[in-house]
Every structure is written in C-alpha cells, then in structure tokens.
Design a protein around this ligand. Structure first.
Ligand code: ZN
Length: 368
C-alpha cells in the first residue's frame, strides 16, 4: 500500500504502518493535550494506543496464520487507523476455508479479552488492597480499557459488511447454499445498507465525523469486493485463446529502436514480443522504447533493452487465472504460446474489452 512505512517482519510477513495511523496517533495526543491532561495520563494514553496496536496486529496474524494453514501466503500486514489489513495472496475458494480465515481474526480478540478478564479477576482477589497508584496506571482501569477495546474490535469486525470480517463470514455462509457471485452480491448489498445507516446516524447530532468516515470506507469496500467477484466470474472457464490478440507485429533481437518506432507509428500496437527464431526471447514495452530513445538514441538493439523476465501464457490457460497472474506481477502484456509457438498476445486492455463485450451480450436485450 502507498504511504506505508515498513517496521519489521512477523512470522516471515512484512509489517507496515500507514502514514494516516501516525496522523491518528497525533490526533489522540492533541485531544488529550487539549483536554488538559497530565503527563502521566498522556503516557498512559500512548501506552494504551501501543497496546491497541498490538491487539490489531495479533488480530491480523490470526487471519494470516489461518490462511497459511490452507497454503495461502500473506504478502504483508498494514495498520490503518480503522484497523489492520492482511493482504493474502488470494482468497480461499472454498467457503468453509474463507469462513475460518475470516473468523480467526476476531477470535484472537475474544481470546485476549477472555485472558485479561480472567487475569483481572485473579489479581483482584490476590491483591485486594494493592498499591492504588500502580493499580490506576497499569492495573484495573488500564486493563479494563484493553478488554473493552478488544470486545469493540470483535463487534466492529463482525458487522456483516464488506470489507469487515463479518462480511466475509456472511458471504461464506451464503456461499455454502448459493453460487459465489450471488452470495457476494447479497453480502455487499447488506454492507452498503449498513454503510448508509452509519452515514445517516453520523449526520445527526448523535453522530461523529468518524462514523461518516467508517460509512464511506464500508461503502467503497463493499462495491469493490462485489465488482471484483463479478469480474472474476465473467472471466472464469474461458480459455485465453478466446480473448487474445491474434493480429500483431513482432520484433527480432537484432532489430533497433528505429524499427520499433516504425512499427509503433504504423499501427496501434504499443508493446511488442521479441522472437528469436520460433522462441519468445522477450518483450519490448513502449515505455522502455521511449526511455531508450531519449537516453541512447534509435540505434540501440532490441536485444539490449527488452524485458526477459516476462510472463508467458499457454493458450489453454483460463482467463481468470491469467488475469490474476498479470495483476500479481504488475504486467500489462504477455505473449501467448501453443506448443512452444507464439500464437497471440494478451493484454490488460484486451481483457477489459473482453469484459465489456461479455457485459453487453449478457445484458437483457430491449424489446420494442
Ligand atoms: Zn479481521
């Protein structure tokens, strides 16, 4: 995620903090200063925020480590003011696995609260006349606040709305009986209704700007999840060969930037596969061509600047898998081969066009 600072690694998963989280901390500090609190109170506030931060990290680790059990790695964990985000490489396709992964986060907070409740019960019976100042700072009130905040995390995350865990739980439960896109659509609609409700409450004088902010966040999250699933559904079960570009130009390794410029101006193709005999040796991207022209001139050979670590797609691969692969590697073009021969190109633009056409065909036709 942009604007995130890496602070370390946990169980092999990089941990990032988003810059807005620090802004949130500063806001908390400013608020306690404005309310004229003492230095001790301020320190207690900071300590409390750090504890809260640790609880959120543990929550995200709950998701990440459960996903790992199903063979799904986590790219990173990022902390935002509204909570954490564990970016899994992919979501489990099996609804039961999604259910466990989603529930594991809030379960961690339930466990933390339960342990703390037990600990405070034990300590209050053991040190009933304990030192009052120590009790005030780290004991009773501090621990009870940590317990309350963990219970709040459970309630907030279990709201049945995307992108909260509760939204995923709801989708997974629905998906055991309904097709996946339908289940997602219902869960997303519930989420957006809830966002609307939050927004309305936020606008009344009982509400706060934070509630409106959460409403917006939930609304966007629900729309995104729904859109992504619909798209994956439209791409699934369709081989690449049905959506690839079959009319295209190729370059040879010994060609120069001047040849690439000529081909670019002649047609609409921007990126070119480079063929060495029958074999695909690389890809020349327009951005690379332009940079090379500016820096070194038109005489530079294609072989010297082409990308050799490109994604090669088999014509029998399914579009949804290819789309996922291209998005993961942040590439916009991939050569398609059949039995070792170059037969086409697949680009992100291309997939977009394919989706638009599928959408148009799938829409009910008007009858006049
Ligand atoms: Zn969660």
């Amino acid at each position: 995620m942009k604007w995130s600072i890496r602070i370390g690694r946990l169980f092999g998963i990089p941990l990032f903090i988003h810059i807005t989280f620090f802004m949130f901390l500063a806001w908390v500090g400013f608020e306690s200063y404005r309310n004229g609190q003492s230095a001790g109170d301020a320190l207690s506030s900071v300590l409390f925020m750090c504890t809260l931060f640790a609880c959120v990290v543990l929550h995200e680790l709950g998701h990440a480590l459960t996903a790992r059990r199903y063979g799904i790695p986590t790219k990173d964990i990022t902390l935002l003011p509204i909570g954490g985000v564990a970016r899994l490489e992919r979501m489990p396709d099996d609804p039961k696995q999604e259910l466990w992964v989603a529930i594991a986060g809030p379960a961690v907070n339930v466990a933390i609260a339960a342990v703390l409740i037990l600990a405070t019960k034990l300590s209050s019976t053991m040190f009933s006349i304990g030192d009052a100042s120590v009790n005030g700072f780290l004991g009773g009130s501090f621990l009870s606040r940590v317990i309350v905040v963990n219970l709040f995390l459970v309630l907030f995350n279990m709201l049945p709305a995307f992108p909260m865990d509760g939204g995923r739980v709801l989708r997974a439960l629905l998906a055991t009986r309904l097709p996946y896109p339908r289940a997602t659509h219902i869960a997303a609609t519930v989420g957006q209704c809830m966002a609307l409700l939050f927004g309305l409450i936020g606008l009344t004088h009982y509400g706060s700007p934070m509630l409106i902010f959460i409403a917006l966040f939930v609304w966007i999250g629900a729309a995104q999840e729904s859109g992504m699933v619909q798209m994956r559904h439209s791409l699934s079960g369709i081989p690449v060969s049905r959506a690839m570009v079959t009319e295209f130009h190729v370059l040879r390794p010994e060609d120069t930037m001047a040849d690439a410029v000529e081909l670019t101006l002649k047609g609409t193709q921007r990126d070119f596969p480079v063929l060495d005999g029958e074999r695909v040796a690389g890809v020349l991207l327009q951005s690379v061509m332009l940079a090379t022209l500016g820096r070194q001139g038109a005489h530079v050979r294609v072989a010297d600047v082409m990308q050799t670590d490109f994604q090669l797609v088999e014509s029998s691969e399914m579009l949804d898998a290819v789309y996922r692969r291209l998005a993961e590697h942040r590439v916009t073009i991939a050569p398609v081969s059949f039995q070792g021969r170059l037969v086409g190109l697949v680009t992100m633009d291309n997939i977009g066009e394919f989706l638009a056409i599928q959408g148009a065909l799938g829409r009910p036709r008007r009858v006049f």
